[in-house]
Structures are given as structure tokens and as C-alpha cells.
Design a protein around this ligand. Structure first.
Ligand code: GLC
Length: 493
């Protein structure tokens, strides 16, 4: 008998192309699409960031005006519901509130982040009732949606549309747990996850740990790679939540992300100077010459082009890079770093850019240029301190740029070390988080790069690796079915 199709809701604080600061936005765009293509009924709910989002461009339709959201007994706020489309048959809903979302220029960063996202969580559930959508599954992405599992258990548990919904809390990055930094919360104020939520206008609301609440209350917990699922149960990576996660290890699952093969395809990508496929990797040279020209680099076809396109943050290993820049500038290579973030590192990168303009570039992130960089690059650098999944290695591989990466988290699960004798492997890895080992991995890659025929084979191989959503999406469906069973079982107790 064919299994019942599921009604699935994804709730997240960012969804590409409507809003984006990181990989989360890509996942919440592409996973719902993959699920829809498997035949499930899927919807997405996200905040409406008025300053960021172009209502007209996306033909958004207002579906609920001045909806009253009662947050607690003394506090209520009005919101507006909007609807657009992520693709045919896949609606996306937006929640607008002038003060908490629309007036702001940035997605995040205020002294009342918890209040903002508590409002969002309650309003998201109200939206489901408003559109009469009774989900089998609500997948909550990262801390900004962490209160939903608790609300479903208590508060909305009697609601005819929501009482049966099973919840899954998905961790994209455990470093982010709440509006403020968990490590900055005074000891006496730390949230153990059991107390009643303070009133909306009570400043203590900002001490509530949303991620912890999500982990404690969801029917299942997932994260974005199998390795990271193991890592976060240890004190080193658990960000103080490792015990809670270990206690719930029977409900914690790792499913690697995928990328959308329609969005990332070197054969059809309109952003490339010249399209190519694994059958014609030599065309990468044309893209390389183009990028060299664009960024004012020397036109050197045989200088290996290394790129980095991540957020400029400590997590991404910029301290390691900073330690070896001098050395790199003495090697036969060129370096393009495109990304925004930490000013400390950007000023270092800028300094090198000025001193070595023909060999090294730092530029702010430009979405439209991302894939053209992968198409041009010979290698991408991913020296992350920790990496829940990482999407860059998947995207860049599609475009024939070989990853040089730390053997950690999702990078471990998607990259295996290249062995020149057997020709196996799809990247160059290093284990310990230190600059020397990173440099050794780069040197190994550069040595291989000198063997033109082998390198071409490696590029071909890397381009053919499968990192689409096809497999991960079916794993999610299996996980959803277990979550539904667990919810039913607990309900009967
Ligand atoms: C976060 C993680 C990254 C992951 C992405 C999408 O940005 O840091 O590793 O790929 O979420 O899940």
C-alpha cells in the first residue's frame, strides 16, 4: 500500500531568496522543494522583513490583516499575514509586524531578539489555524523557532488543527541558542528549560534558551550531518547542551543537507561566463581567465586559484588563514576571498589585498558572483573550527573546485581525502585545528595540481559526486514518520 503523503510545515527565520544571512536560508528554500517534488504537501513560514523584502517583486498577497496575537494574559500584538510562492504548489507565508520585523534593516541583532521570535513562533501557529492547515509535521529550524515544540505541547495542544502535529527541531548551528550569547547569561539567570516563560514585557524573557527548549520538547531532534550529531553530544562541541542532547540521543538524528541541482548546475547556470560540464572541465580555464580579469589578478593560467566564500567568522577558520597568508603569498597561487563579517579579519585580508593586489583579493559577498567563482576556482578553502554541514563544498564541487577542508562535522561526511595512488577521494583534508596542518593540506593539493592529467580526472570525479537532496529528502520523510509515531505513542500514555 502506498504510504500516506504528509502535510509538512517548515518554519525558519530566513529563506532564500527572500532573506538570507547563511546556509540556513538555502536549506529552507531547497529542502521544502525536494519534499514537494516527492509528492508531499509542504508550506513554509517565515518573518516578513519589510526593509529587506520586495513585496511587489514577489507578488505577495495579503491573506490576513490586523490579526490579533495574544502572547500572554497581558500582552497582545497585531500582525499581518502574507502569502507568496517558493515554487508552483509550494506556498510561503510571511508574518509582518512593523515594530518587531519590518522596521529593521538587519535580520538579527537587537536587545530583544527573544521577544521578536517568541512573537514569530506564536504567530506562525496562529497562521496555521488561520489558513486551516492541520500539519502532520512542523519542522522548526534553529533557535528562532525553538519555542514551537513547547507551544504545541502546551497552549495549542487542544487546538483542532495543531493537536496532532509532531515537531522536529533541527539544529543548523548550536552556537546560536537564543537572542543573546548563552555564555553571557549570568549564572543566576541561566534557563534550565523548565520554568514558565516570562511575560512578553518582562526583560527576563531574554534569558530563555530557545534552542534548549526546542531540544527538550520536540518529538525528534535533527541536525545537518551525522558527524555533527555525534560531535554535539561531547563537551567540546556541545556548547553546554551536550548532556541534554545525550539524554535524548535516541531521538537525535543527523541528516546531511543537499543542494538544489536546478539552482546549481554548471551546464545551465546563467551566472557563468562560460557554461561547462564534467565532460568539458577544460572550459573552467575560460572562467578562470574571466575572474582573474574581473578582480585585477595577473592572467596566469597555471597559478592555482584558491577561493573562500564563507562568512568571515572565527568558526570558518580565518584565524588559521591569517597565520599562513605570508607563506601563501610566496607560493604559485592566487587567492580570492569573498565574504562579509568580522572586521578584525577583514582588515587583515584588506591589508594583504593592498600589498599583493595581483595575487590576492578580498571582496564583499556578492550572491550573483558566487558560482562564477567556483567555476573559475581550482580549489576552495574550508578550514572550519566546527562545521555542522557546510554547503560550500557541495556547491563548489559541482563546479569543479576541489575542497581543501578540515576533517570535521559535515565536511567529514562529504569529503574523503584524495589518494594519488588509487585516485580515490574528492578533496584534501586535515584533522587538527592548526595552521601548519592546514598549510600541509594546501601544499598537497598544489603538488597534485602540477600533475595536469590526474588533476583533470580529480575535477571530473568531484563534479560527479552526488550531493543533491534526492537521498536526504527521503531520509527526512522517514524521520517525519518516526516523529509522528513517537507523538502518537506519547499521546496514549
Ligand atoms: C549553518 C551551519 C552550516 C550549515 C548551514 C545549513 O550555517 O554553520 O554548517 O551548512 O547552517 O544547515
Amino acid at each position: 500500500m502506498a504510504k500516506k503523503t504528509l502535510k509538512i510545515v517548515h518554519v525558519a527565520s530566513e529563506v532564500h531568496p527572500f532573506s538570507k544571512t547563511g546556509g540556513l536560508a538555502d536549506v529552507v528554500r531547497s529542502l521544502p522543494k525536494a519534499l514537494r517534488r516527492l509528492g508531499h504537501e509542504v508550506i513554509v513560514i517565515t518573518p516578513f522583513y519589510g526593509q529587506v523584502l520586495d513585496k511587489k517583486k514577489y507578488h505577495l498577497k495579503e491573506i490576513g490583516h490586523d490579526i490579533n496575537i495574544k502572547i500572554d494574559k497581558d500582552n497582545a500584538l497585531k500582525v499581518i499575514f502574507w502569502q507568496g510562492w517558493l515554487m508552483e504548489g509550494l506556498p510561503i507565508y510571511f508574518i509582518e509586524n512593523e515594530k518587531y520585523f519590518s522596521r529593521r534593516k538587519a535580520l538579527y541583532g537587537s536587545t530583544h531578539e527573544n521577544a521578536r521570535f517568541l512573537l514569530f513562533n506564536i504567530a506562525a501557529l496562529k497562521l496555521l489555524i488561520h489558513i486551516k492547515f492541520a500539519p502532520d509535521i512542523i519542522q522548526c529550524h534553529d533557535w528562532q523557532t525553538g519555542m514551537i515544540p513547547q507551544l504545541i505541547k502546551k497552549g495549542f495542544d487542544k487546538n483542532q488543527y495543531l493537536s496532532k502535529a509532531a515537531t522536529i527541531f533541527t539544529i543548523h548551528n548550536l552556537a546560536f541558542q537564543m537572542g543573546m550569547d548563552w555564555w553571557k547569561v549570568p549564572l543566576a539567570r541561566k534557563d534550565f528549560g523548565v520554568k514558565k516563560i516570562p511575560a512578553f514585557d518582562d526583560p527576563r524573557l531574554e534569558y530563555i534558551n530557545f534552542a534548549k527548549r526546542g531540544i527538550l520538547n520536540a518529538d525528534v531532534i535533527s541536525t545537518v550531518s551525522e558527524s555533527y550529531a555525534q560531535e554535539i553530544m561531547t563537551p567540546r562541541f556541545g556548547q553546554d547542551l551536550h548532556r541534554i542532547l545525550s539524554n535524548r540521543s535516541d531521538r537525535l538524528f543527523g541528516i546531511i543537507n543537499g543542494i538544489d541541482y536546478f539552482d546549481y548546475n554548471p551546464v545551465t547556470d546563467p551566472g557563468l561566463h562560460k557554461n561547462f560540464s564534467f565532460k568539458s572541465p577544460e572550459r573552467k580555464a575560460v572562467n578562470k581567465a574571466y575572474i582573474q580579469k574581473h578582480f585585477g589578478l595577473r592572467q596566469e593560467p597555471r597559478a592555482a586559484l584558491l577561493v573562500m566564500t564563507s562568512r568571515v567568522a572565527e568558526q570558518k577558520g580565518f584565524d588559521l588563514l591569517a597565520q599562513i597568508l605570508d607563506m601563501l603569498m610566496r607560493m604559485n597561487l592566487q587567492l580570492v576571498i569573498m565574504g562579509d563579517g568580522d572586521k578584525k579579519y577583514i582588515s587583515i585580508l584588506n591589508k594583504y589585498h593592498k600589498e599583493h593586489a595581483k595575487r590576492m583579493v578580498w571582496s564583499p559577498f556578492e550572491r550573483k558572483r558566487e558560482t562564477s567563482l567556483y567555476a573559475a576556482a581550482d580549489m576552495v578553502l574550508l578550514p572550519s573550527r566546527f562545521e555542522p554541514c557546510g554547503l560550500v563544498q557541495m556547491k563548489s564541487s559541482r563546479y569543479g573546485a576541489v575542497p581543501i577542508a578540515r576533517d570535521i562535522g559535515g565536511l567529514s561526511d562529504t569529503i574523503s581525502d584524495y589518494n594519488p595512488r588509487t585516485g580515490r577521494g574528492n578533496g584534501f583534508e586535515f584533522k587538527k585545528y592548526n595552521a601548519q596542518d592546514f598549510l600541509v593540506a594546501i601544499t598537497r593539493a598544489l603538488t597534485e595540481y602540477e600533475h595536469e592529467e590526474n588533476w583533470k580526472e580529480l575535477v571530473r570525479h568531484v563534479m560527479q559526486m552526488s550531493t543533491s537532496w534526492a537521498i536526504p529528502a527521503t531520509k527526512y520523510v522517514t524521520l517525519y514518520r518516526s516523529a509522528i509515531k513517537l507523538k502518537e505513542k506519547n499521546g496514549k500514555k
